[in-house]
Design a protein around this ligand. Sequence first.
Ligand SMILES: CC(C)(COP(=O)(O)OP(=O)(O)OC[C@H]1O[C@@H](n2cnc3c(N)ncnc32)[C@H](O)[C@@H]1OP(=O)(O)O)[C@@H](O)C(=O)NCCC(=O)NCCS
Length: 223
Amino acid sequence: MATLEEIFPPFGLAIRCGPVELRVLRDEDIPGLVDVVALGVVDPQLPTPFPEAWHELPYDPENPDAFPATSLKWWWSQRAVFGRDQWRLVLVVRAEGEIVGVQDLSAERFPLTRSITTGSWLGLAHQRKGTGTLMRQAVVGFAFDHLGALECHSAYIDGNAASAAVSRKTGYQPNGRRRIAQAGQRGVDEIAVRVTPDTYIRPEHPIQIRGLEPFKRFMGIED
Ligand SMILES: CC(C)(COP(=O)(O)OP(=O)(O)OC[C@H]1O[C@@H](n2cnc3c(N)ncnc32)[C@H](O)[C@@H]1OP(=O)(O)O)[C@@H](O)C(=O)NCCC(=O)NCCS
C-alpha cells in the first residue's frame, strides 16, 4: 500500500532551519494548532494584524460558525488548492518539536511567474523568540534556492511592528501601500513588501529540505 506522502507529495515536504520545522498541515496537527490559537495569537494591546479577526471568535466546537470550525474551514479550503496553476500550502510550524503557529505559502502559475506570497502567525507564548524571523527566512530561502523563485511577496497592516521587523530582517523592501476594509468595519493601510534573491537575508542556520523532488514533480516545477 502506498504511503500518504507517496499519494500526496506535499505531505512529504519538510523544511528545517535550526530549531524550526515546517510541514504541510495534517489532520493530526489540528488539536495542537487549535490549542495554540485558543491560548491567544495577538496581544490585546496591539491592533488586529489580520484582515479578519478570526482569532477572536469564541471557542465553541458545537457551533460551525465559531472557532475552531471557522479555522478548519479555512485550513481545509487551502488544502484543496493544489495544481500547477495555483497552489497553497498551510505549513505547520514546530519549534523544538512543539507546534507554535502557521506559515502560509502560495503561488499562481508559478512555473511562469516564479513568484510566491507568504503570510504567518505564532501563538502569543511563542512570539518574540526569533521564531517568526527564522520561519520566514526559511521559506524564502526554500523558495529561492530550491524552487527557483525570483521574488516573494508579503503584506502587513500599518502599525504591525513585529511583522514589519520580520520583513526587514529577511530583506524585504517596501512595495507600495493600499487601503483595505479590516474585518469589514475599519479602513486601514496595508503595506506591501517584496524580497528578491539580491536583497534576501539568510538565516543563521542552514535550510534543509526533505521531499523536494516529488513535490517539484507534482507541482510541475522544473530547474
Ligand atoms: C509577526 C510574528 C509572526 C513575528 O514573530 P516573532 O517570533 O514574534 O518575531 P521575532 O521574535 O522573530 O522578532 C522579529 C523582530 O520583531 C520585533 N518584534 C516582535 N514583536 C514585536 C512587537 N510586538 N512590537 C515591536 N517589535 C516587535 C523583535 O524585536 C524583532 O526585532 P529585533 O530583532 O530588531 O529586535 C508574530 O509576532 C505574530 O504572530 N504576530 C501576530 C500575528 C501577526 O501579526 N502576523 C503577521 C500578519 S502580517
